[in-house]
Design a binder for this molecule. Structure first.
Ligand code: 7TS
Length: 417
């Protein structure tokens, strides 16, 4: 099932109060108020199942991977490779060879820009991205364009925060060497019609990278169904540790790509005359990887699967709808990003109050949101603003927390009245 077909299953299928017990960090006060954590798009919290998996790895199994004949190294290798297989299943990939562990989405995009795009790009070629991208899916492409003389082209957006796809056929042309596009916008929450966009590119044999950093915490992703060539995400936004994420790539493409970084583990043999690179996926994993992070990512996938990603999506939709209705009804509050299909992000402005002040006043009430440009400055430029306040929801948030958000807005308005 893809996100576009995602039915609202049953938004009450989750027992949120029970789920919250799995997230010890939520049970605390900030500035004398219960913590209301609404900054999940920046980084989500971790359930004890993930924390304990990482803890158990360090207590029982810690060693380097792929190298030792001793028991701990074998256990560490099994844990690491087991996590890779969980990521494969999570994304619906065919083979573990198609899953490269990276530091996160940013590193994965840089890998594709440098190893896949750079060797083939030349002056006159085009790289196509969209207006909605996070800087992580802009700057690596600008860098590779600078290195090769290729040109960066941009799919425009409209006021609702959706992409304007009317000119897509012309933007996807014989000069386009790759389309790199986000699945879900981090600044606005827009869910792009990614399957249709990919199909248009594939019809012209244009490779597609999807930045799924904001999608995997909220949607069922199936890379084979999407038919994208690359899909990237970060673990820390989906209840796993920081410093771990993954690149999915179609095996034939990854096989043909040169390594990106050199070092241990990515070689079969080294001499001063000739080095033979290792097979997939190790060819792209130079140096000792973040083994504990991968273990934690595997545990996060198990945790999400145990709750049912469709159930999480349905409940989060319910929260987003409720929050949207409440903010729409408030005077002096403007929602930025009103796409028909949105996931878990509510960007807004309070009239005459700078978003950074909003963030600070909210914090005094224990409400954690993000205030800023969200590393999506072109989106801010489109709206002619420098920043927004952004509340972003996870499945452990509650309707009471939406009321806390509303109260924080009222308090802010009173302070600035
Ligand atoms: N792509 C998207 C769509 C993102 O939202 C982010 C991070 C990244 C890439 C980069 O992920 P990283 O884990 O490699 O840093 N987005 C945000 C955000 O919205 N607030 O803080 C980080």
């Amino acid at each position: 099932m893809t996100q576009t077909e995602l039915k609202v299953v049953d938004s009450t299928a989750l027992d949120v109060e029970v789920i919250r017990q799995d997230f010890p960090i939520l049970n605390q006060e900030v500035n004398g108020h219960p913590l209301v954590y609404l900054d999940n798009a920046a980084s989500s919290q971790k359930p004890i199942q993930v924390i304990e998996a990482v803890d158990a790895y360090y207590r029982l199994d810690n060693a380097n991977v792929h190298r030792g004949v001793h028991r701990l190294s074998q256990r560490a290798t099994d844990a690491y490779e087991g996590a890779r297989d969980k990521v494969r299943g999570f994304l619906g990939a065919k083979s573990d060879k198609e899953i490269i562990f990276t530091r996160g989405a940013t590193e994965a995009i840089n890998l594709v820009a440098q190893s896949f795009a750079r060797p083939q790009l030349k002056a006159g070629d085009e790289v196509l991205i969209s207006y909605l991208e996070h800087h992580a899916n802009i700057v690596p492409w600008q860098m590779v364009c600078e290195q090769t003389g290729a040109k960066l082209k941009v799919i425009p957006m409209v006021e609702s925060g959706e992409l304007d796809l009317t000119g897509l056929d012309e933007l996807l042309n014989e000069r386009t060497k790759i389309l790199a596009i986000g699945h879900v916008s981090n600044a606005l929450g827009t869910v792009n019609p990614i399957k249709d966009i990919i199909a248009k590119a594939k019809a012209k044999s244009i490779p597609v990278l999807v930045d799924g950093a904001q999608a995997v915490p909220h949607l069922v992703v199936d890379v084979q169904d999407l038919d994208c060539d690359f899909y990237v995400f970060s673990g820390h936004k989906m209840f796993a540790p920081t410093g771990i994420g993954a690149l999915y790539g179609k095996q034939a493409l990854l096989e043909a790509m040169p390594p990106w970084q050199g070092g241990g583990d990515m070689i079969l043999s080294v001499s001063f005359d000739n080095t033979i690179y290792n097979a997939l996926p190790y060819k792209f994993e130079a140096g000792t990887p973040h083994i504990a992070g991968a273990v934690g990512l595997g545990a996060a996938i198990d945790y999400m699967n145990s709750l049912g990603i469709e159930n999480l999506a349905a409940y989060e939709h319910h929260l987003l709808d409720a929050a949207t209705r409440k903010l729409e009804a408030m005077d002096g509050v403007r929602i930025i990003g009103t796409a028909k299909d949105k996931a878990s992000v509510l960007s807004f402005m309070i009239e005459d109050v700078h978003p950074h002040d909003v963030g600070t006043i909210f914090d005094q009430q224990g409400v954690a949101i993000r205030a800023g440009h969200h590393c999506a400055q072109p989106v801010m430029q489109f709206y002619g603003i420098a920043a927004t306040a952004r509340a972003s929801f996870a499945f452990y948030n509650t309707e009471q927390e939406i009321d806390a958000l509303v109260n924080a807005i009222k308090t802010t308005q009173e302070l600035f009245a």
